[in-house]
Design a protein around this ligand. Sequence first.
Ligand SMILES: C[S@@+](CC[C@H](N)C(=O)[O-])C[C@H]1O[C@@H](n2cnc3c(N)ncnc32)[C@H](O)[C@@H]1O
Length: 280
Amino acid sequence: MHAPSLHTLLDALEHDAALRKADALRERLDALDRIELLQLGGAPGPGASALRIAALREDFEAMNAASFAHAREAIRRGAVPALLQQCLDEPCHADGDGYDWRDELVEGVLQLRPPSAAASPLPADMVAYQPTPARHIFDLLAQARLGAHDVLVDLGAGLGHVPLLAAICSRAASVGIEREPSYVACAQAGAAALRLSRARFLCMDARAADFAEGTLFYLYTPFRGAVLDTVLGALRREAERRALRIAAHGPCVGALATQPWLAADTPPRADRVTLFRPRG
Ligand SMILES: C[S@@+](CC[C@H](N)C(=O)[O-])C[C@H]1O[C@@H](n2cnc3c(N)ncnc32)[C@H](O)[C@@H]1O
């Protein structure tokens, strides 16, 4: 099937009433992506198309902003917004590295303000900030089924997406451990703006953290080598005393899969969140 011309696509989008429904956020984000793709592909369009695109973009962005504001209000009341609940309920393509519309959704809902200054240089074996793609966070939360007794600890929490979404989408408490002060400040501001008192952020090296309260530890490959060995050693000692789980994503899944004291719930894969439990 041929892709429509920019003109045909704009005609269709301008007349599609379904795109103007409050909950059609995904469809609007998709529509904006389709326009962008056609523009990138050099689709020929008369000069007037630029004005039509600007008007559509402005329209859709205003509707999206209203959807985000609605979701943020729900979170402040302690509810799970329907837009996020849908992501938890719908099985998604939870493998691979890419980002998708769910990241735009999470960005619009959390409204984090990343620091403008560069982070301080990282010591050896520590990995620079990159957020877990949102679809993998929803997959983590769906697999983990956190309850009110759970405490999710994100080791190397970056700007805090995982602990924030865990506190929004479950009854669990969450803790983000992050060495970069400006990331911690950003995550704390995000939690305060949404009144998420169950999400806390600590500025410290994960090697010095107290693991006593966590029931699920999450690692999106925050470190490797000797740093990872130290943290896994501490988790192992903790697991000898009580039940806990570890979830991992990215290359560190391989390192966890070789730990003789851990068993994976599903075949370990670097491109999918894998849950591990200590062997009994
Ligand atoms: C790949 S990012 C993961 C971010 C976040 N967990 C997420 O999934 O969106 C790794 C993060 O770990 C942090 N980090 C690296 N080494 C650390 C350490 N020893 N202690 C605490 N944080 C660390 C980095 O600053 C970075 O923000």
